[in-house]
Every structure is written in structure tokens, then in C-alpha cells.
Design a binder for this molecule. Structure first.
Ligand SMILES: NC(=O)c1ccc[n+]([C@@H]2O[C@H](COP(=O)([O-])OP(=O)(O)OC[C@H]3O[C@@H](n4cnc5c(N)ncnc54)[C@H](O)[C@@H]3O)[C@@H](O)[C@H]2O)c1
Ligand SMILES: Cc1c(CN(C)C(=O)CCc2cnc3c(c2)CCC(=O)N3)oc2ccccc12
Length: 261
């Protein structure tokens, strides 16, 4: 019997088999959870339906988090299949590509700031607001953040501000939901991983190598490892944790190597 046996969990952000959401789904399925997924746009539906087959589910719903209607519709539709939701995984981040390269101020615009915060931070609270009526006693919400929230990492730029906002969101959502059915809210801060969101980022391979060399474990973290910690945060094994950001980065952020980078 896995430690997520009988849990009904909605996972957003599944795009490929390299997605962090894919690693999360693998761990959650292994631990006995029943899964549902969302996809951002119609052209990606079949791709996500096919990926969802790896997790024995055909519950795959459209959700562009820029749309309040689509967010609301997710939980109306989900409510037709599940009477309660035990877990929600927010694995969504986006800023206009041109904002993630070069000098922070040169790359910054009001629109890039707005989009990054809307899609990468507000969306987590928006999903929680819409899910709230169907969340079970002891339900757990988890989002994905990055060290760029705390440190000025070259090129991460306005995404760092959005992740800082997301981490504050975790604390305020935990405060709002804790007294209400003991619903918990936490974040996993993952080290760099070569996913589609990382593709096309200038010098990403250098960043990966530097991260591996700079960590106590001398390697990069994997989707599976992020998935295992996320599954733990989704389960009652983490019942004493809420409002927390957990580093899953092979020790990079606390290791001596971080000073050299
Ligand atoms: N890859 C890394 O190095 C890394 C490290 C730490 C944190 N993260 C975070 O992990 C999360 C998942 O990213 P990933 O690395 O798995 O890449 P990914 O490209 O596999 O996933 C990103 C997801 O965001 C979704 N998305 C983008 N805009 C959206 C919108 N408007 N509505 C709904 N969904 C939207 C995409 O469809 C995709 O599924 C992101 O929050 C990212 O910031 C990634
Ligand atoms: C690590 C790291 C990542 C991975 N990571 C933690 C992320 O959070 C990915 C963020 C991201 C957000 N928006 C977009 C893209 C990536 C690329 C495609 C696009 O058009 N928009 O992205 C970086 C960008 C610059 C520097 C480091 C990194």
C-alpha cells in the first residue's frame, strides 16, 4: 500500500516526459494515487492525453491559467468525476522568452512583469480559490519554485520576481487554508533540470554543469527526485509542514560551491 493510496490528485504542467510534472506523476502513481491532468491549449491535448495513459487516467482537462473561465471550468468538470480533491500540483511557469536573456533591466518590461506574475504566481492562488470547495480534509497543494526567487541568477530576471511572489503566495495561502480543513500549501525549489521550459535558455548546459559541480552531491537533480519529495508533501507523511519551501537541488543552494558560481 503506497503512502498516497486512495488520494485523488490533479497535476498541472505536464507537457513532455521530461516535465517535472511527469516525475511527480510517476511518484504519485507509484504510491497509489489516482490522477487527473490539465493542458494549456487545444493543440497540446492529444499529447497530454497520450502522456496521461502512462498514469492510467483519461481525466485530462483544458486549462490556460490566463483564463478565469477555464480555471473555473476545470473544477466544474472534475466535480463530475470526483466528489473530493486530495491534492493539487501547480507546475506552471512562464515569462515572455525575451525577458529571460541578458541585462535584467534591459530585458524587463511592464508587460513581461505582468505576464510572469500572472502565469507563474497568481495562477497558483487562482487554482486554489477555484478548487477550495472540493478540497478534502487534510488536502495538500504543492507548487514548483526556483532559487532565482532568493538570488539574482543571471538571465532568470523577472522570473525570479515571479518566483519570489509565488513563495510568498505559499505562505499566505497556508495561513488562509490551514484553519480550514487543515489544508496545507508548500513549494519544492528544484535545481535546474533540462525540460522544455529550459530549452532555448541561453547557456543552460553551462548552468547545468556549474550546478552539478557546485553541489555537495556533484550532480544535477532529476525529475524523479523532485517527484518523490512532491509526493511526500502531497501525503500525510508531511502533515506537520505547511507554508514551507523545500530545496531539492542536491545541496547546491547551501553548498560551498554556491559561493563560487
Ligand atoms: N526545469 C527547471 O530547471 C526548473 C527548476 C525549478 C523550478 N521549475 C519550475 O517547474 C515548473 C514546471 O516546469 P518544467 O521545468 O517541468 O517545464 P515544462 O515546460 O515541462 O512545464 C512547464 C509547464 O507550464 C505550462 N504552462 C505555461 N504557460 C501556461 C499557461 N498559461 N497555462 C497553463 N499552463 C501553462 C506548460 O504548458 C508546461 O506544461 C515551472 O513552474 C518551473 O518554473 C523548473
Ligand atoms: C534554471 C533556469 C530555468 C528553468 N526554470 C527554473 C524555470 O523556471 C523556467 C522558466 C521559464 C519561464 N518562461 C519561459 C521559459 C522558461 C522558456 C520558454 C519561454 O518562452 N518562457 O529557466 C532559466 C532562465 C534563465 C536562467 C536560468 C534558468
Amino acid at each position: 500500500m503506497g503512502f498516497l493510496a486512495g488520494k485523488k490528485i490533479l497535476i498541472t504542467g505536464l507537457l513532455s516526459d521530461r516535465s517535472i510534472a511527469y516525475g511527480i506523476a510517476q511518484a504519485a502513481k507509484r504510491e497509489g494515487a489516482t490522477l487527473a491532468f490539465t493542458y494549456v491549449s487545444e493543440n497540446l491535448r492529444q499529447r497530454v492525453v497520450d502522456l496521461a495513459k502512462d498514469f492510467d487516467t483519461d481525466l485530462v482537462l483544458p486549462c490556460d491559467v490566463a483564463s478565469d473561465e477555464q480555471i473555473a471550468e476545470v473544477f466544474v468538470e472534475l466535480g463530475k468525476h470526483w466528489d473530493k480533491l486530495d491534492g493539487l500540483v501547480h507546475s506552471i511557469g512562464f515569462a515572455p522568452r525575451e525577458a529571460l536573456k541578458g541585462d535584467y533591466l534591459d530585458a524587463l518590461s511592464r508587460e513581461a512583469f505582468h505576464i510572469a506574475h500572472d502565469i507563474s504566481s497568481y495562477s497558483f492562488a487562482a487554482l486554489a480559490k477555484a478548487a477550495r470547495p472540493m478540497l478534502s480534509e487534510g488536502a495538500s497543494l504543492v507548487t514548483m519554485t526556483y532559487l532565482g526567487a532568493e538570488r539574482a541568477i543571471p538571465n532568470y530576471n523577472v522570473m525570479g520576481l515571479a518566483k519570489a511572489s509565488l513563495e510568498a503566495n505559499v505562505r499566505y495561502m497556508a495561513a488562509a487554508l490551514g484553519g480550514d480543513r487543515a489544508i496545507r500549501v508548500n513549494a519544492v525549489s528544484a535545481g535546474p533540470i533540462k525540460t522544455l521550459a529550459a530549452a532555448g535558455i541561453a547557456n543552460f548546459s553551462t548552468l547545468l554543469k556549474r550546478a552539478a559541480d557546485g553541489t555537495p552531491l556533484k550532480r544535477n537533480v532529476t525529475q524523479e527526485e523532485v517527484g518523490n519529495v512532491t509526493a511526500f508533501l502531497l501525503s500525510s507523511l508531511s502533515s506537520g509542514m505547511t507554508g514551507e519551501v523545500v530545496m531539492v537541488d542536491c545541496g547546491f543552494s547551501h553548498g560551498a560551491g554556491a559561493m563560487e558560481s
